[in-house]
Design a protein around this ligand. Structure first.
Ligand code: ADP
Length: 623
């Protein structure tokens, strides 16, 4: 991402930073209070030491009363110790809450992904945006996770300035006695103003240098992002067991090591190191170094006043210590504004993602759970283009499903079969025409209710690394008998017997060796069992037998009628022979329904698409 920082307004930077804090606070109510407590204690700690050393030195130099001196020493040790303990305790809690915040922020993004309209989730742009946010975060926590550090600096800066002001006030109010002769000029308000102005100006200058350094840091962002991406891919390449066979056969490690040979963005010759050796390092050094000027001015003014007798040597320590710490706080606050501006560009990317609206119309009608399963769906002149595509994926499709029938959908690759199912399940809305459920536009139904009437086994179905039973039921507490029956109906019975913990067996080994790896065909049977368990009025099988061996495939066909029961079943297949048992067959070609009828009827139409497909496939089976 190119950060055009000069164009970012400070007011915008402040408002998005505040929004980021609100977002983080909404996911962790404890973090910011703890951060405030830590910042206050951390900011006060140096002043406690300054205050007590000043009292002890004063007593040593002027009062010289052993009993009072002892009291100051004990009070100093106790208070400094208590502050140190308190700081350490709060620090641990703050750090733990910060780790927790990272996890919660990740959940926030995951929830956003879950909540997106399917059409947005399916868009490459959405994934690019999310990847960008991740990469910005990997590269120095830019985005939401810079916010905690900024607020810490803000709280510390504010407490630091207030405490510093409280401890330095008497530097200005203690007058030089008249006996000091010309040095009484130090009582003039002009001196006070000049010193205060020098403190503020130098701190501002130092802060600006630091902000400039940060802006260089972010100018390396594109290289660093690419560096992280490459590292994410090549760095972990060798760890992936699914790559191991091909790596060995085709020597892919040669391509990977070629990457290692190049300098990464983070190496000594990479852009980040170059910046650090160049302007980033110089401005950073200037920013810190310049604050010494303040210490110098404060030393001169304070020592002169002490020399003239305005206060004793102990107070010199207090004023110099407090004024230097206060200048540090002003410097930190000014740098913070620069950091905020830089980070706001990254936050804009974050909020562009979090603000993706749910544009799909959500109706409120319920689908009434009908025990008679009398749900009739009709496509009425439906046309659809995928977002960002000019080509119609479906054109003028009109179909009515008779309740309880077996419908097959056939056609060549890319003819629109899966798109038809996606529209039916309302994963997308058509641009033209309408889809009706019992005569009412499906957009008017409550979305979740509408989803509930479909069980789909997608071609690229995905199971989850969870116990088998939970996979089938989609929840951790389930009806075990119903799960068993669904697995048996889907033809998984024999394999179920061999599983070490039956339906409690963990699938896959993603997070433990206890899990079992299953074959593609076995996974497909589980996916079919999952569709059966849902017991929805519509069951849709998209190429359900693609990964099954011929015996399992024959088993599914034989059982299909029994499996479908009184549901309306839709069956998508390349293999026309497997559709013969369906009541009606829809033939898709280039996004349109070109034929419909029973197998025999369609075969009789010798010039039809179905006949063409059938003869093309049949030649492989003819002896
Ligand atoms: P089938 O299931 O019959 O193989 P699809 O319904 O998947 O066909 O695809 C129909 C058409 O829509 C094809 O031209 C395909 O390239 C296009 N298509 C499918 N998915 C997308 C998508 N997500 N974005 C853009 N075009 C798509």
């Amino acid at each position: 991402m190119t950060v055009e920082k000069s164009k970012i307004k400070l007011s915008h930077a402040v408002s998005v930073s505040l929004r980021a804090a609100r977002v983080l606070h909404s996911v962790s109510r404890k973090f910011f209070p703890m951060l405030t407590a830590f910042s206050a204690v951390d900011a006060l700690t140096p002043y406690v030491a300054v205050f007590f050393s000043a009292r002890i030195l004063s007593e040593l130099a002027v009062g010289r009363r052993p009993d009072i001196l002892w009291r100051w020493v004990i009070a100093g040790v106790v208070c400094t110790g208590l502050f140190a303990i308190l700081r350490a305790l709060i620090y641990q809690r703050k750090e733990t809450l910060l780790d927790d915040l990272y996890g919660r922020k990740e959940i926030l993004f995951a929830q956003k992904m879950f909540a997106l309209d399917y059409a947005d989730m399916d868009k490459q742009e959405t994934h690019d945006l999310r990847a960008q946010i991740q990469q910005n975060e990997d590269w120095s926590d830019w985005g939401l996770m810079q916010t905690p550090g900024m607020f810490e600096a803000l709280f510390k800066g504010a407490v630091g300035i207030l405490s510093g002001a409280a401890l330095t006030a008497s530097l200005f109010t203690s007058p030089v006695p008249a006996s000091a002769g010309r040095l009484t000029a130090l009582n003039s308000p002009l001196f006070i103003l000049a010193l205060a102005a020098a403190m503020v100006l130098v701190s501002l200058l130092a802060g600006l240098c630091s902000a400039k350094a940060v802006s260089y840091w972010s100018s390396g962002s594109e290289d660093a992002t690419l560096g992280n991406r490459l590292f994410g891919y090549f760095g972990f390449f060798g760890l992936k067991k699914e790559r191991a066979a091909e790596t060995r056969i085709y020597g892919q490690e040669r391509l990977v090591s070629a990457y290692w040979g190049k300098n990464s963005a983070f190496g000594w010759h990479g852009c980040i190191a170059r910046l650090a050796r160049g302007p980033l390092g110089i401005y950073s050094g200037l920013g810190t170094g310049i604050t010494v000027v303040i210490t110098g001015c404060v030393y001169v003014f304070t020592c002169l006043k002490a020399w003239a007798g305005a206060f004793d040597v102990g107070s010199v320590t207090q004023y110099v210590g407090a004024a230097t710490a206060m200048a540090g706080s002003i410097y930190a606050l000014v740098s913070l504004l620069g950091d905020m501006k830089t980070n706001s560009a990254y936050l804009d990317t974050t909020f562009r993602f979090l603000d993706i609206p749910n544009a799909m119309y959500q109706g409120s009608l319920t689908t009434e759970k009908r025990s008679d399963r009398q749900y009739e769906v009709e496509f009425r002149d439906v046309s659809f283009k995928y977002p960002g595509s000019d080509a119609w994926a479906l054109r003028h499709v009109s179909v009515k499903f008779k309740v309880g029938t077996r419908l097959a959908v056939v056609g060549e690759n890319g003819s629109g079969k899966t798109t038809f199912i996606k529209l039916l399940c309302r994963l997308y809305d058509p641009q033209e025409g309408e889809i009706l459920l019992n005569g009412i536009d499906i957009r008017k139904y409550n979305y979740r209710d509408y989803m509930d009437i479909f069980s789909v086994v997608f071609q690229d179905f995905k199971l989850i690394s969870q116990p088998l039973g939970a996979n089938v039921a989609g929840r951790a507490d389930y009806d075990r008998e119903k799960v068993r029956k669904a697995l048996l109906d889907a033809g998984f019975g024999d394999r179920l017997e061999t599983l070490p913990k039956g339906m409690d067996t963990q699938l896959y080994k993603d997070y433990g060796d206890e899990g079992v790896e299953i074959s593609g065909g076995e996974a497909q049977k589980i996916a079919i069992a999952r569709a059966l368990y849902k017991d929805a009025p519509f069951i849709i099988l998209d190429e359900p037998t693609a990964s099954l061996d011929p015996i399992a495939e024959a088993e599914i066909y034989a059982k299909f009628n029994q499996i479908s029961g009184d549901r309306t079943a839709i069956y998508i297949s390349h293999r026309l022979s497997s559709c013969r048992f369906c009541d009606e067959i829809l033939v898709f070609d280039s996004g349109a329904v070109v034929q419909k009828g029973s197998h025999e009827e369609l075969l009789r139409a010798e010039n039809g698409k179905y006949h063409e497909l059938w003869t093309a496939q049949a030649q492989y089976y003819v002896e």
